[in-house]
Design a protein around this ligand. Sequence first.
Ligand SMILES: NC(=O)c1ccc[n+]([C@@H]2O[C@H](COP(=O)([O-])OP(=O)(O)OC[C@H]3O[C@@H](n4cnc5c(N)ncnc54)[C@H](O)[C@@H]3O)[C@@H](O)[C@H]2O)c1
Length: 380
Amino acid sequence: MDRIGIIMNGVTGRMGTHQHLERSIVAIRRQGGVQLRDGRRVLPDPVLLGRNPQKLEALARKYEVERWSTSLDECLSDPRNTIYFDAQATTLRTAAVRAAITAGKNIYCEKPLGGDFKEAMELARMAAAAGIKHGIVQDKLFLPGLLKLQQVIQNGVLGRILSVRGEFGYWVFEDGAQRPSWNYRKEHGGGLILDMFPHWQYLLENIFGRVTAVSCMAATHIPERVDEAGATYAATADDAVYATFELEGGVIVQINSSWCTRVHRDELLILQVDGDLGSAVAGLRTCEVQHQATTPRALWNPDTPDPINYMESWQKVPATTSVENAFKIQWEMYLRYVLENAPFPHDFLQAARGLQIVEAGLRSWKERKWQDVPPLTLPS
Ligand SMILES: NC(=O)c1ccc[n+]([C@@H]2O[C@H](COP(=O)([O-])OP(=O)(O)OC[C@H]3O[C@@H](n4cnc5c(N)ncnc54)[C@H](O)[C@@H]3O)[C@@H](O)[C@H]2O)c1
């Protein structure tokens, strides 16, 4: 069977180990590789790259991977490796991706593409000029709940979409056991705007329409946290964001993202979409709809218990395809793009667009003003 060499950098991290190695690349290897149109199967041949030899060796053993390395240069100069993948902490991405472009590798990487819009545009320009195949992780598009939502919208069930309301987050305890401490340090690439706006950008623009303006207010609600070594540090990054987006066509979107909220919803992300013919409520795995014909006629009367059970008139949307891991779906798409030129719209320009929206959000918060977001193209 043919093999495709993939440098996997940052593979000891949360995302690197669980989503990209175990549930994507190892899962693709265990299913016998990726299937191409001509019937061939190609097996991913990863090299696990990082700083800590013990951790890398243990991962390689656990997942039956033959190759690991602590040298980016050695991996980049090995002609067996045609793809560079990056899931390192955010501030480390730009330099490594730049080196991989210079080495002529195809590149797939975690969001955000670099620490700011300027860095992301530089990488998008470099990648286009080098003629490599580049891609960015946009996993939420492939989650079962959001796939069902896309299907409902495409089928016209909601009619004209008026607004979207999103609620994302959970309580992150101050003790540092839930998420890496760099997430709460601005100087180390932390902050919720930088973390979540890239996700909101691709979800909104792929499902509802182009973002034309952003208004954003954020806060650092919890000023002190404890790191992985048990030391207390000052949190310097935003840990809650309250944002409004205006979309082409007039759709109004409000999304709260917070690491300082306690969950009173079925899933950690919920999007309610209201249209003139119906509404949908989508989470990571589920989606429910309510049609105009089954919408209860609510009457405002706080003086007596409400006779209507509002939850009863929603219908669950069934899954129409088998439920696969969202990261694995996108990995297979990217591998087919590299191997047989299959379509793959999730490129570095899209990644830079995510950072353009991040920048607009940060500026809006700082200046306390709406920010228009012009369309983004690569200068020729
Ligand atoms: N798509 C998603 O849903 C999603 C979710 C979470 C995180 N992410 C992104 O994935 C990336 C990694 O996030 P994570 O939560 O896995 O972080 P993590 O801290 O768990 O992992 C970071 C990786 O970078 C490496 N690293 C950290 N500091 C380093 C240094 N100084 N030198 C060399 N290597 C270093 C670590 O060893 C580890 O392998 C981030 O860019 C983040 O934005 C994406």
